[in-house]
Design a protein around this ligand. Structure first.
Ligand code: SAM
Length: 303
């Protein structure tokens, strides 16, 4: 496992995924009853974007300027994006205080076009948990898991598991709350990632047919995606589901990853409108070449 999310934190894919996640959490909270938030691939929880600019051996071009950096000073945010940005700003302020980062030159901060600290999915979720909600975070890479445990030391209603997240789906569902939102956000380093996702969804639905699943995946080759959707549609118990998609360039631009998507199974009632609104807004703002698009597509309509 070579993947380190730190280098990608706050990039265009994170922005879309995390804005979607915030809306899913809001949708779950439309009901008073508590739920379990299960993060199968949690990462380290929060990221220092300054550290992300230095690779293990040499400096790397940070990815956040073309993600969160493009939103940071905008004044035309729709409600869904303002909601997400507010969570990012709150985490940034909290983490600065915790790290006591008084920069040597205050104008460095004034010139920054983004946060210094960026919340990963666990921190975003934790920031929105109500007293009746709870989070379980799985992270298999030992260093990342240790950092995650450190990030949440003493946190109430949050448990960190240094274990395989796919196994976590089987172990944790159904939870006593009988309501769950499962985020599956793997690194896609291995070819079998796609089939492991299908396996986890199948096993998860067998244990808890009404659970909400959100799966992040890259929009790369058409063949790969066609195969994924074929395997997905072959799940006999597949519930209503849609994909939220955002591309930053058309196919002809030749990007290795021209966008990303979040597949949502059993979406919370009323979530379709907010998802459409945020992708409509993000497509032109995050575009890197001609042909950027955003949208929502039902795979199994909610009749
Ligand atoms: C894309 S990152 C997660 C980012 C995080 N969800 C967020 O939005 O902030 C994927 C993470 O999964 C971890 N990982 C890889 N395989 C795993 C597995 N089988 N189970 C749990 N974690 C895994 C990697 O170490 C990495 O930290």
């Amino acid at each position: 496992m070579n993947y380190r999310h730190q280098y990608h934190a706050g990039n265009f894919a994170d922005v879309m995924k995390h804005a979607v996640l915030v809306q899913l959490l809001r949708g779950m909270q439309a009901k008073e009853k508590g739920f379990l938030y299960l993060d199968t691939h949690a990462g380290r929880g929060g990221y220092d974007l300054e550290a992300a600019a230095s690779g293990l051996t040499q400096p790397r071009a940070p990815e956040w300027p073309d993600g969160i950096g493009r939103l940071w000073t905008r004044r035309d945010l729709p409600a869904e994006m303002a909601d997400y940005l507010e969570q990012v700003r709150t985490f940034d302020a909290y983490a600065r205080t915790a790290a006591d980062t008084t920069t040597t030159n205050p104008s460095d901060d004034e010139q920054r076009l983004g946060p210094r600290f960026y919340p990963g999915s666990p921190r975003l979720a934790q920031g929105l948990l109500r007293p009746q909600d709870r989070a379980m975070l799985f992270e298999a890479q030992p260093d990342e898991a240790a950092a995650l445990a450190q990030e949440f030391i003493g946190a109430k209603r949050v448990s960190v598991q240094a274990l395989d997240g796919y196994t976590g789906v089987k172990a944790a569902l159904p939870p006593p709350e009988r309501r769950a939102l499962v985020l599956i956000d793997p690194p896609f380093e291995a070819q079998e990632e796609w089939s492991r996702i299908i396996g986890a969804i199948t096993a998860g639905l067998a244990r808890m047919p009404a659970a909400t699943f959100a799966v992040w995946y890259p929009l790369t080759t058409r063949a790969k995606l066609t195969d994924f959707y074929r395997q997905l549609m072959a799940i006999k118990t597949l519930p209503p589901c849609y994909t939220v998609e955002l591309t930053i360039a058309g196919e002809e631009a030749g990007f290795k990853m021209r966008g990303s998507a979040v597949l949502v199974l059993n979406p919370p009632w009323g979530s379709e409108g907010p998802m459409r609104a945020l992708t409509r807004y993000l497509a032109p703002v995050l575009a890197q070449a001609e042909g950027a698009t955003g949208g929502l597509h039902w795979l199994v309509p909610d009749l």
